[in-house]
Design a protein around this ligand. Structure first.
Ligand code: AMP
Ligand code: ZN
Length: 135
């Protein structure tokens, strides 16, 4: 446990949360600043920085739980869709440096706009990027 980490403190019971699920590996609790009704965070109890640094077996379990939480939102909150997001790094909007997955239930006419703003790109640029990523 990282004593300076907010989510380590919550995950280990030193700080309160509105817990919706817990097992030996992970915990899910309501976001205190929800972007929609039921916005939930799913995270491993063991400290790790982000999605990219998480051990594979733990990551798989966190994603399994996020799936179940999402299904539960459809069944029990009446959500009609879900956004699954994990911010990696400050430039991507990560503010708590302990890996977590946002499970955001969506409702018709909820007014949320998480859509991507398209940028112009040439075929040449797409090819170059593709070559870099294939390495
Ligand atoms: P991110 O910006 O992707 O790192 O997400 C961090 C999330 O944690 C934000 O949506 C915050 O609203 C949420 N958050 C911060 N502190 C708490 C807390 N004590 N309990 C529950 N959620 C929190
Ligand atoms: Zn932590």
């Amino acid at each position: 446990m990282d004593n300076d980490c907010l989510f380590c403190k919550i995950a280990n019971g030193y700080l309160p949360s509105h817990k919706v699920y817990e097992d030996d590996i992970c915990i899910a609790f309501l976001d205190v600043n929800p972007t929609s009704k039921g916005h939930t965070l799913v995270l491993p109890k063991k400290h790790t920085l982000n999605y990219l640094t998480c051990e594979k077996n733990i990551l798989n379990h966190v994603l399994d739980v996020a799936q179940a939480v999402g299904q539960n939102m459809i069944t029990n909150l009446g959500a009609s869709g879900i956004n699954i997001i994990s911010n990696v790094g400050k430039d991507a909007g990560q503010s708590v440096m302990h890996f977590h997955v946002h499970v955001i239930p969506r409702y018709s006419s909820d007014g949320l706009n998480l859509s991507f703003k398209p940028k112009q790109i040439t075929d040449g640029e797409l090819l170059k990027i593709c070559d870099s990523l294939k390495k």
